[in-house]
Design a protein around this ligand. Structure first.
Ligand code: SF4
Length: 445
């Protein structure tokens, strides 16, 4: 049984979230626009595509925000950015007629583009790609910025899933976290979306916020579940004020410590599971009849930059500043700054500034890490090189086994129920890049 000292040490470790492997800090300028163009041209005609559109603008910044976004008060930067997205879509002309099976708008607050631009961009995509097998068209929404007409526009352009940011419903936490959003706004947003015909709802919750308690986290989970979303995500707040300077607005003295964070995560998770939600991987929950829950049970869950998903497209195309794409050959990332991104695409070039070409070892480790993050277990006997190749990793897992976080039976490694919040640490044992970049990641729990 773990004592509190060990839990504390583990919870404070800096490890990646493994939404990709290699992780973004290991992308380099060796992969640029020319490489990306070559990789796209080499995509087989039958390859299915997933598309992510990043919109890095919000009306104001929440203190806790860790996204790539900017506060904008004027329309002009948003309008200009929308034009650049159209420019970037034009660069994808070589993919005309390819099957797009997943489409996701993220940010930022992508709906800040406004109904006219959302329609224009959706129309361009519909004329470029074959949408006949589109399985999901999702958008991240700020419940404070939704109205009935916008909900209808989203339905009209084909949106099928909306993610609503809630984080915590308690007014004292909302004030301390810089996002005041009475829960009635979320209820209203959910009902407008459903009225418009968008039935698949996700709700994002957060723990580790200033002034937050385990009781707040549990109560917020209960309120969120009362809206019967198909899926919920429960993320830990990552306090990185040296990187996200607006997080300095958060009173560090009001932040919960690692043990309190763990208790909050557990309180929210137990509440959701008690209300019938199935726990998925590290931080997602879904109704048992939802496709994500079925995929988890059948071990065909995937993990990408949006978290856990059933998206099994052959390639992910990222549009917009900072957007990451994944092709069979490797990862690419667009310029993170709006100015650099805009300059490139307005000039008729991809805005790729970094990436990584995958080696065979990267692919193998990526598959192991993805299965651990998704299934919470892996049979190394079924992996190329088997137990022999990963003897050092198995040895590194023994201390975690002694803590009761994993079991190791021959080549089979399984994360225990107590180990679930620490699965990133288990996965990190297979990360060949970890070391120099460790400090750039957030704490494990
Ligand atoms: S609305 Fe979302 S993306 Fe925008 S600042 Fe708040 S948390 Fe960040």
């Amino acid at each position: 049984m773990r004592d509190q000292t060990n839990s504390l040490a583990l919870a404070e470790r800096n490890v990646p979230r493994y939404t990709s492997y290699p992780t973004a800090p290991h992308f380099s300028a060796a992969v640029g626009a020319a490489t990306y163009g070559g990789w796209l041209a080499a995509l087989p005609g039958r390859a299915t595509l997933s598309l992510y559109i990043h919109v890095p603008f919000c009306t104001e910044l929440c203190f806790y925000c860790g996204c790539n976004t900017h506060a904008v008060r004027r329309r002009e930067p948003v309008e200009t950015y929308a034009e650049r997205l159209i420019d970037e879509i034009a660069l994808l002309d070589g993919l005309k007629g390819r099957k797009l099976i997943h489409l996701h708008w993220g940010g930022g607050t992508p709906s800040i583009l406004g109904p006219a631009w959302l329609e224009t961009i959706a129309t361009r995509l519909a004329s470029l790609f074959d949408l006949s097998e589109l399985k999901e068209h999702a958008i991240e929404l700020d419940p404070r910025r939704l109205d009935k007409p916008l909900a209808r526009t989203l339905a009209a352009i084909g949106v099928t899933r909306a993610s609503l940011g809630v984080q915590d419903a308690a007014p004292h936490v909302q004030r301390a976290a810089g996002r005041v959003q009475p829960f009635e706004l979320v209820e209203r947003a959910a009902s407008w979306l459903r009225e418009a015909g968008i039935d698949d709802l996700n709700i994002d919750l957060m723990y580790g916020l200033p002034e937050q308690t385990a009781r707040d986290a549990a109560h917020s989970a209960e309120l969120a579940a009362s809206l019967a979303p198909q899926r919920l995500a429960l993320f830990g707040y990552a306090h990185v004020p040296w990187f996200k300077t607006h997080q300095r607005l958060i009173d560090e003295a009001a932040l919960p410590g690692p043990i309190a964070r763990l208790e909050q995560a557990q309180a929210a998770a137990e509440t959701l599971q008690g209300l019938g939600y199935q726990a998925i991987g590290l931080d997602h929950f879904a109704q048992p009849d939802d496709e994500l829950a079925a995929a988890a049970r059948e071990k065909r869950l995937r993990r990408n930059f949006q978290g856990y998903t059933v998206d099994d497209a052959d390639a992910l195309i990222g549009l917009g500043a900072t957007a990451i794409g994944k092709l069979p050959q490797g990862f690419v990332q667009n310029a993170p700054d709006v100015a650099g991104y805009s300059r490139a695409v307005a000039g008729g070039a991809f805005a790729t500034v970094k990436g990584v070409a995958l080696s065979d070892d990267d692919r193998l480790r990526a598959a192991i890490i993805e299965r651990l993050m998704c299934d919470l277990e892996i049979d190394l006997a079924a992996v190329e090189g088997g137990l022999e190749r990963f003897a050092a990793e198995i040895a590194a897992l023994h201390p975690l086994a002694e803590e009761g976080l994993v079991t190791i039976e021959g080549a089979h490694v399984a994360v225990t129920p107590q180990g679930r919040p620490f699965v990133r640490i288990v996965a990190s044992v297979f990360d060949a890049y970890l070391g120099a970049g460790a400090k750039r990641h957030s704490v494990a729990v």
